[in-house]
Design a protein around this ligand. Sequence first.
Ligand code: AOS
Ligand code: ZN
Ligand code: ZN
Length: 430
Amino acid sequence: MTHLPISADLIAEQNDKRLEAVEEDYAALSRKLTRNGINISDVRQKVSDFSVAVPSWGTGRGGTRFAKFPIPGEPTNIHEKLEDCAVINQLSQATPRVSPHFPWDKVQDYSALRRDAEALGLGFDAINSNTFQDQPGQSHSYANGSLASTDAATRAQAVAHNIECIEIGKKLGATDLTVWVGDGTNFPGQQDLGRSLDRYLDAAAEIYAALPDDWRMLLEHKMFEPAFYSSVISDWGSSILAAQTLGEKCKCLIDLGHHAPNVNIEQIVARLHRFDKLGGFHFNDSKYGDDDLDSGSINPHQLFLVFNELVEAERNPRGGFSPSYMIDQSHNVTDPIESMMSSADAIVTAYSKALLVDRDALHAAQETNDVMLAFQTLRDAYKTDVSPLLAAVRADKGGAIDMIATYRASQYRERKSQERAAVGLGAGIV
Ligand code: AOS
Ligand code: ZN
Ligand code: ZN
């Protein structure tokens, strides 16, 4: 039986105050879409079916490598993290899965954890392994790399950890393993650029061999950090080559913050899809590098263009289309629950707008090289205010019309600050 953290009466009471305005705006949006030949109910169904996973580590204040400023009531263990994720899902109705990170998430009994999650209306998404830092008592250090380490015992340890993550994932009902490694170099000459990739591929093949038939291995590339001269899986080129080498069940995961400045990420999406290697996303936003800012806070138009490619890909699935969507952000100055609700809203907004693109008109303009008309077709969709549609979908499913106002009215964080132990200070890189 589900036991949700926010009172349904409070949500209903908050929604009552806003329902009339939403209905008025929804009716206007519906009329506008009808004029454009779009049936709002079709879009509504798709929006209602859409979801994005939240990261267990995103529920705490992330901090930078300089400092972390925890807030009272922050979660201190995986059970409390799940409870916070349940708040995000209850109010947004868009985030029913949690992506855990091991060994950060300390678990005694995985079956009990799965039951806990189910009682909170949650399931588990991709399992994230961690070979980018050392854990207390670990036999071999990752200081010089993990899967690409020059030391065979270190590589074996990193492989074993990833296989253990698959075993954990089976118990939690997950079917994806996301592998991001910090392996790389900080100095020219530090490692042989070819041989380090050989070592990575050999070690990754051992992990791949342990994947159950219905699992996928998602390779997350990142241009730099922690390695500042070269990263082993630095870009989508390295990622797709590795995924093609490893096999069918290996796909590429795009973290929006992991590219060189101004890279055309939507084109990468189209390329990966073209070769059936689009595995999933870590959504966030950035201004300078891997900033892990809230999704849609800097460049919502890019997010829309990414979703435009995704909607296009869904209509033209080629080898298949089932990318796993996840948020990966570091919340340094906000309440993480508020940030993730706002981010989920930005992501669903981008998706909804992409659904409104008149595809026939776009394709016709593309075929006839009517550049301005093609661009205006995207523009028209992007300019449409879909917020009444999203609010109606949320309210329909028991979520909040105004997520942040409702969350604040619930005083959830204040209550948790009484119940939960304070988390420690210090740097906390994520
Ligand atoms: C690191 O930059 C990546 O975004 C990874 O996804 C990482 O595992 C995650 O951010 C948690 O640290
Ligand atoms: Zn990421
Ligand atoms: Zn990152």
